[in-house]
Ligand binder design. Structure first.
Ligand code: ACO
Length: 347
């Protein structure tokens, strides 16, 4: 008797998997802090120049949050814009995910602070840690929960106060990052394809090429660790560059193949805004230079926020219409990487 019940239960699950719902983006938003810091401004703080930064990274300026703004404050502003764009109220959100590597504090999650600030009282909330790939991982996670019917409406946010986790005396890293937040609202719709099948991967054996080694249980903050500045982001730039180009190119190809598409089917490629040279190298390998979006010049690398800030800018530009396909691709610490294709459905 017991085994029959088990069989029936299993069967039910497998039936529901066959009727997954299509998930669409119904709203986007972004927030960039008001303070603009140019390359020339940075040259007053560390030994660098506009020429060095622009030629190596394509960055001209970045936004830096006020001291009294935490990551959740940036996330809240982006979330409010996305909810208004979707035309829904915060209490309609069932799931709230914040992707960040610069949380307000170790716990509780930054997502819980955002929930409180926007009044999403019916949502369950958590942070997602995949460094710069975080918002793409959040998109995949939210899509799957909506597709299987676990939730109806998800709000995903990528938010970073990178200025709080970088060493402002290290010219190798401090010139590369900026603060900001992007957000997206997702719901099941009758769209044909919506958020499609993604291709994701990780390689923890390369963690030490891009990480913040101090401040966790491995190296708790002690006077000695603080002296060694281990609470700040460390990076082997050249290695990161090589892996980022390789994995973002490959995951783009994998996502296209999984969905039975080619690069010609894509209206616009939106890559994690790490560095213009990385983005250009991917575009050249895929031969899609004319359809590769870039805004790294204005905001530098905002880590988990970058992809959703970029999608919001694309959405508000009027350059995409319902039915267009966007390919989103990201790479970050871990290493983590992935790509996904989104059928645009919002007019
Ligand atoms: N200003 C002036 N000189 C600098 C600066 C600076 N801000 N930073 C480094 N240099 C110097 C170095 O000290 C080095 O000097 P040396 O030859 O006397 O030792 C010289 O410039 C050359 O440094 P390289 O590392 O060879 O420069 P490279 O051309 O590789 O560019 C960069 C460095 C921009 C970091 C590049 O490796 C890169 O883009 N890597 C990817 C990093 C990245 O995007 N990280 C983001 C996080 S991960 C992500 O989001 C995907």
């Amino acid at each position: 008797m017991r085994s029959t019940k088990f069989f029936l239960a299993k069967n039910k699950v497998s039936n529901s998997t066959n009727s997954l719902r299509t998930v669409s983006v119904i709203g986007t938003g972004a927030y960039l802090p008001e303070r603009v810091v140019t390359n020339d401004d940075l040259a007053k703080v560390v030994d660098t120049s506009d020429e060095w930064i622009y030629s190596r990274t394509g960055m001209r300026e970045r936004r830096i949050a006020r001291e009294d703004q935490a990551t959740s404050d940036l996330a809240t502003k982006a979330a409010m814009t996305a909810l208004a764009d979707a035309g829904i109220s915060a209490d309609e959100v069932d799931l709230l995910i914040v992707a960040t590597l610069s949380p307000d504090m170790p716990f509780p999650s930054t997502a819980c602070f955002v929930q409180d600030q926007i009044g999403a009282k019916n949502a369950y909330c958590y942070d997602l840690g995949a460094a710069c790939s975080g918002s793409l991982y959040a998109l995949e996670t939210a899509k799957n929960q909506i597709a299987c019917g676990a939730v109806e409406t998800a709000l995903i946010i990528g938010a970073e106060k990178m200025s709080s986790v970088i060493d402002w005396t290290d010219r190798n890293t401090c010139v590369l990052f900026g603060d900001g937040a992007g957000a997206m609202v997702l719901r099941a719709t009758g769209a044909k394809r919506g958020v499609m099948k993604g291709a994701f991967g990780s390689d923890g054996s390369l963690a030490n090429l891009l990480w913040t080694p101090g401040g966790g249980s491995r190296n708790p903050l002690t006077a000695e660790n603080i002296d060694q500045k281990s609470q700040y982001l460390k990076m082997e730039g050249r290695d990161v560059y090589k892996h980022a180009v390789k994995q973002m190119t490959q995951s783009t190809l994998d996502a296209l193949e999984k969905n039975g598409l080619t690069a010609d089917d894509i209206k616009l490629f939106v890559a994690h805004q790490a560095n213009a040279r990385i983005i250009d190298a991917i575009a050249a390998r895929l031969d899609v230079q004319d359809r590769m979006f870039k805004n790294v010049e204005k905001y530098a690398n905002t880590s988990a926020a970058a992809l959703l800030i970029a999608v919001d800018e694309v959405a508000k530009s009027g350059n995409i219409i319902p039915g267009d396909l966007l390919l989103l691709v990201a790479f970050g610490g871990g290493f983590t990487w992935g790509a996904n294709i989104v059928e645009w459905t919002k007019s």
